[in-house]
Design a protein. Structure first.
Length: 134
């Protein structure tokens, strides 16, 4: 059962394009519990997923992440978008690396998950977020 849904459903980029990722806003879902699963629609790929304490939007750099995972860069060190929907809190997804170790989530405390893509012209851009309370 999904408990946190936000944002407007839109489209994803061509999955066969170089460094493809979600090219517009996505709908984010979070399952119940202190070790939730994160899913998004459409099922395009993202560069990173970050969970922050509190209700978003957040000003990045002013909040500590409770967990973060990022897509491994390509052989030349260039960021890419390879993380797929269905990531479990605290687990390292296929093709991903943990950049912030998971801190146990607290029941009753609100959190916000952010989905970000890497674009060649804009750098890292947020495409979706959802606030949830385990």
């Amino acid at each position: 059962m999904l408990i946190g849904l936000s944002l407007v459903l839109s489209s994803c980029g061509d999955p066969n394009a170089a460094n493809a990722g979600c090219d517009d806003t996505v709908l984010v879902g979070v399952t119940a519990g202190v070790t939730p699963d994160f899913q998004w629609w459409p099922g395009c790929e993202v560069n990173n997923l970050v969970v922050l304490e509190g209700v978003g939007p957040h000003t990045f750099g002013q909040y500590s992440a409770t967990w973060g995972i990022e897509s491994q860069p390509d052989a030349e060190g260039i960021p890419n978008n390879r993380l797929q929907s269905g990531i479990h809190y605290g687990a390292t997804a296929t093709g991903g690396i943990q950049v912030v170790a998971a801190v146990p989530l607290v029941q009753g405390q609100p959190y916000t998950v952010y989905l970000n893509v890497y674009t060649l012209d804009q750098g890292v851009v947020t495409r979706g977020r959802a606030t949830f309370t385990p």
